[in-house]
Design a protein around this ligand. Structure first.
Ligand code: IPE
Ligand code: IPE
Ligand code: MG
Length: 249
């Protein structure tokens, strides 16, 4: 039986974020190079996107390339960028068929121009789709995102458009890449690493974390269902007591 049947569709996270990790180690175990791992990770992206759309999850954010990943060997970076171009080109049709809108967060203008162009094209083609937003984090850094927000707000204060004392959390939120996206309720990280690696730092203030040993290229729909079921067993208290949650005043 599929774990899917056990999921309470009234308690679905509307936004799931995923740190897709372990491609390199998975490939090494197969006696293959790291690039082979990345190529095989594409199937997992397809599976998880499809499963989320089928369930009715509204936003899926995938950490595909961090700012820090630019420091990897040049050959690996080039291969990852090539894979990105190929995948976007191939999968835009699937996004259309499944009514999925593509979005990107991060400093995407730093991507090689071919990647950037392919990405913007697919975003444009899919912009009126409405079943789910598939958000790719590319050349993304959570600290840099906050820094950019601080810079933009500082300029507004300097220009006297806003008073520093009147600033709110919403003002910061407004300047993030995710300004139109609700915070994720659930974060999944594969491959047994228990850290957030500069991902969505502001947005994950109250996110539930789910860590699994499974390497990303082996992650399938059933693994996603397992993560959602684990999430549904948790009590999200937001600082309150358990009693307050079960009998809201
Ligand atoms: C995740 O897999 C993919 C990217 C970071 C682009 P890794 O390449 O980090 O795989 P490991 O962690 O070395 O196994
Ligand atoms: C995080 O994975 C970035 C992505 C999944 C794109 P890494 O494998 O780069 O993370 P660290 O450096 O091991 O923390
Ligand atoms: Mg890794």
């Amino acid at each position: 039986m599929s774990l899917k049947n056990l999921i309470d569709t009234n308690k679905l996270p509307q936004h799931i974020a995923v740190i897709m990790d372990g491609n390199g180690r998975w490939a090494k175990e197969q006696g293959k190079n790291r690039i082979f791992g990345h190529s095989n990770g594409v199937k997992s992206v397809r599976e998880v996107s499809e499963a989320c759309a089928e369930l009715g999850v509204k936003y899926l954010t995938l950490y595909a390339f961090s700012t820090e990943n630019w420091n990897r060997p040049k050959l690996e970076v080039v291969a990852l960028m090539e894979l990105l171009v190929q995948t976007i080109r191939k999968e835009t049709r699937t996004l259309m068929d499944n009514n999925i809108r593509l979005k990107a967060i991060g400093n995407i203008e730093t991507l090689p121009s071919r990647c950037h162009k392919e990405l913007l094209e697919s975003i444009e083609i899919t912009k009126n789709n409405s079943a789910m937003d598939l958000v790719l984090a590319l050349s993304y850094s959570g600290r840099d995102e906050i820094l950019q927000a601080v810079k933009a707000i500082s300029k507004e204060v300097q220009a006297k458009q806003i008073n520093a004392d009147d600033l709110t959390e919403e003002d910061i939120q407004k300047h993030l890449f995710t300004n139109e996206i609700p915070d994720p309720e659930l974060l999944i990280r594969t491959s047994g690493e228990n850290r957030i690696s500069n991902f969505l730092l502001w947005q994950m203030a109250y996110t539930e974390f789910y860590f699994t040993e499974t390497y990303w290229p082996e992650f399938r729909k059933e693994n996603l269902y397992e993560a959602i079921l684990d999430y549904q067993k948790r009590e999200r208290r937001f600082g309150k007591t358990s009693e307050q949650i079960s009998t809201p005043s």
